[in-house]
Design a protein around this ligand. Structure first.
Ligand code: PHE
Ligand code: FE
Length: 295
């Protein structure tokens, strides 16, 4: 089989151009270099140390249960044995960002696309596009959780549906993914914890989201999230906090079509907005109270 491609964004004089790749590839495990494994080892060790006491219990336990270790880049095959018997999900290798509909179709069928290649040593602190570390370390563990696993499948189906409705619907749904799957916080006994993959795969944001005074931490509210714009080039200005994965799954059960139609009539909110009635959380204790609006 041919070596799969490493598909990254193009940088031109007009700025960044995202490049998409379709299709599923075999993980070329024997082709990983010593540098590739070293990047995995460094990022894995650094993040695990930061995440104990910061990431949600479900995330940390699942990562151990899957048999991920810092020693070497895991083989998708090995992870799939554990994952498929736990929740019926399988990992499939991809070359880079997928077109939206391909991505939704994978999720709807309980297949999670994982980028086969890992960032280079000079990219350990920041890379724009998802790579193997973000996908595998960040996204895959929670697929071991039965409720989260069902949520991701439902999201995929919802994506196929939103794609058929139009661009506004897709934008609202993408915001939901962003503020839950990528940048979500969850309330646990000891206080707020991280479950979003975009946070757990970033050392800076893993600390910032819980310990900085700058961002808002606001209670999960479906329509509130769908109205809220997000930043892709800086740490988030707002994180949304769920009480449990059950809450997330239940809240997203209704038909979104009428919600999309209603939201299309309302202005979207800048990322840092605090509204009257938002449930605002204290970063230390995780206690929440109703806000009386922007300060
Ligand atoms: N209930 C949503 C719909 O009707 C589907 C969905 C479920 C979307 C879970 C996101 C997450 O479109
Ligand atoms: Fe991601």
């Amino acid at each position: 089989m041919n070596q799969p491609r490493r598909v990254e964004n193009l940088h031109t004089d007009k700025g960044k151009v995202p490049v998409y790749a379709t299709g599923v590839v075999e993980q070329p495990w024997d082709g990983y270099s010593a540098d590739d494994h070293a990047v995995w080892r460094l990022l894995y060790a650094r993040q695990r140390e930061l995440l104990v006491g910061r990431a949600s219990r479900a995330f940390l336990e699942a990562q151990d249960a899957m048999g991920m270790t810092p020693d070497a880049i895991p083989r998708f095959e090995d992870l799939n044995r554990v994952l498929s018997s736990a929740t019926g999900w399988t990992l499939v290798g991809v070359e880079g960002l997928l077109p939206e509909l391909d991505f939704f179709d994978h999720l709807a069928n309980r297949r999670f696309p994982v980028t086969w290649w890992i960032r280079r040593p000079d990219q350990v602190d920041y890379i724009e596009e998802p790579d193997l570390f973000h996908d595998l370390f960040g996204h895959v563990p929670l697929l071991m959780n039965p409720v989260f696993a069902d949520y991701m499948e439902a999201y995929g189906r919802g994506g196929v549906k939103a794609h058929g409705i139009g661009a506004d619907a897709l934008q609202f749904l993408t915001r939901l993914y962003w503020y839950t799957v990528e940048f979500g916080l969850i309330r646990e006994e000891g206080g707020l914890r991280i479950y979003g993959s975009g946070i757990v795969s970033s050392s800076g944001e893993s600390v910032h989201c819980l310990e900085s005074d700058a961002p808002n931490r606001i209670g999960f509210d479906l329509e509130r999230i769908m109205r809220t714009r997000y930043r892709i080039d800086t740490y988030q200005k707002t994180y949304f906090v769920i009480d449990s994965f059950e809450q997330l799954f239940e809240a997203t059960r209704p038909d979104f079509a009428p919600i999309y139609a209603r939201l299309a009539e309302q202005p979207s909110l800048p990322a840092g907005t605090v509204l009257d009635g938002d449930r605002v959380f204290n970063r230390g204790t995780g206690e929440g109270w109703a806000s009386d609006g922007d300060v």
